[in-house]
Design a protein around this ligand. Structure first.
Ligand code: AMP
Ligand code: MG
Length: 340
């Protein structure tokens, strides 16, 4: 298959909408990361997403809508909490899990009776939903397991020859995937941290969401995944990643005493001058937003340099930084070294 990459202008959006309505897939920019979209109401279309990505069948997808009127196409009941969250954070990087609508393609939900829904803020994503008139299901537009794409070039690197069209909307603003909150149980549960923080959710809900065990820990043998996507090694470059948790001095000492062929430091911007090996930076230490924005391109950069092993300076674990930490933990397959 020939893959076309084009600017996400009006004509390109029309072409993309025609493809969606013909059960094809299209890569589309969103404010979080690039998504690989297909008509969420068509099983044939949605199965093509799994095929193109090599994604495990039991990992459900997020459906994207452009207006509250489209919500019943995806979910069959909406709690008061859900309306409050939608009011506060949509359009934006928050995904809400609710009971699924019957008309949603089965492949979207991967056998669950629940569905994930979000209203994206990116103008190209919204224009595509409006032009096609259907919600699109979309995971990140990367090969399953590798770092999420934050530019159209990243998408092309993974998806060339696998999908017909990539809409180029420039680099993504947020850089990590949406926050995922489940509202189907007795308590709200934060399944995946993102740019919308636990603190922001608490303010709107009036109580804290329970942090899913999967955010910070690998699944135990036999444990069921509340969010199936969290059970896989994920976001990982070819280079092995080790997370080094400690002060800059302790991090420096660790790197200095563990130098090997092909070793890189994945450090905060400004730290590279003081480290004795090649470095890739991922934002300033005091800016988790910048870290989120840079993280996936930094992971891809390590592979472009042919790094074998990277010592990553560990981010903080609160607020937006929790999202960065969660992705790095998985990229590192939970390999963390505490130094002091
Ligand atoms: P991705 O689009 O690749 O970031 O993956 C979507 C994420 O949303 C995965 O972690 C899924 O496990 C999660 N997700 C989607 N639908 C559901 C659902 N019905 N219940 C729980 N998690 C879900
Ligand atoms: Mg993904």
């Amino acid at each position: 298959m020939h893959t076309i990459l084009r600017q996400a202008d009006t004509e390109a959006i029309r072409q993309a909408a025609r493809l969606l309505l013909a059960d094809e897939t299209v890569a589309v920019p969103t404010e979080t990361v690039y998504g690989l979209a297909a008509n969420a109401l068509s099983d044939v279309a949605v199965r093509k997403i799994f095929e193109a990505k090599g994604r495990p069948q039991d990992n459900p997808l997020i459906s994207h809508i452009a207006s509250m009127e489209m919500l019943p196409m995806v979910v069959r009941s909406v709690s008061e909490c859900a309306y409050r969250l939608a009011e506060a954070f949509w359009p934006g990087p928050l995904t809400i899990i609710l009971p699924r609508a019957r008309g949603l393609a089965d492949a979207v939900c991967a056998g669950l009776d629940t569905a994930a829904v979000r209203m994206p803020a990116h103008p190209a994503a919204r224009a595509l939903i409006e032009a096609s008139g259907v919600p699109f299901a979309a995971p990140s537009a990367n090969l399953s397991g590798s770092p999420s794409p934050t530019t159209a070039e990243d998408v092309l690197a993974d998806m060339d020859g696998r999908i017909p069209l990539i809409l180029d909307g420039g680099p993504c603003d947020v850089g990590v995937e949406s926050t995922v909150i489940s509202l189907v149980g007795a308590e709200p549960v934060l399944l995946r941290p993102g740019r919308i923080t636990a603190g922001q959710l608490q303010q709107v809900l009036g109580r804290p969401a329970v942090l899913s065990n999967a955010v910070l820990h690998p699944l135990e043998q036999g444990e069921a995944a509340a969010s199936p996507g969290m059970k896989y090694k994920h976001y990982a470059p070819k280079a092995e990643i080790m997370l080094i948790k400690g002060s800059l001095d302790a991090y420096k000492t660790y790197v200095e005493t563990h130098l090997e062929e092909g070793v890189y430091a994945l450090c905060f911007t400004g730290e590279e001058q003081t480290l004795p090996c090649p470095c890739v930076t991922y934002g300033r230490a005091d800016s988790p937003e910048e870290q989120a924005h840079e993280l996936f391109s930094a992971l891809r950069m390590l592979d472009a340099h042919g790094a074998r092993l990277a010592y990553a300076h560990c981010p903080a674990q609160q607020g937006v930084a929790l999202a960065v930490y969660n992705r790095l933990l998985r990229a590192a397959a939970f390999h963390v070294v505490e130094v002091s």
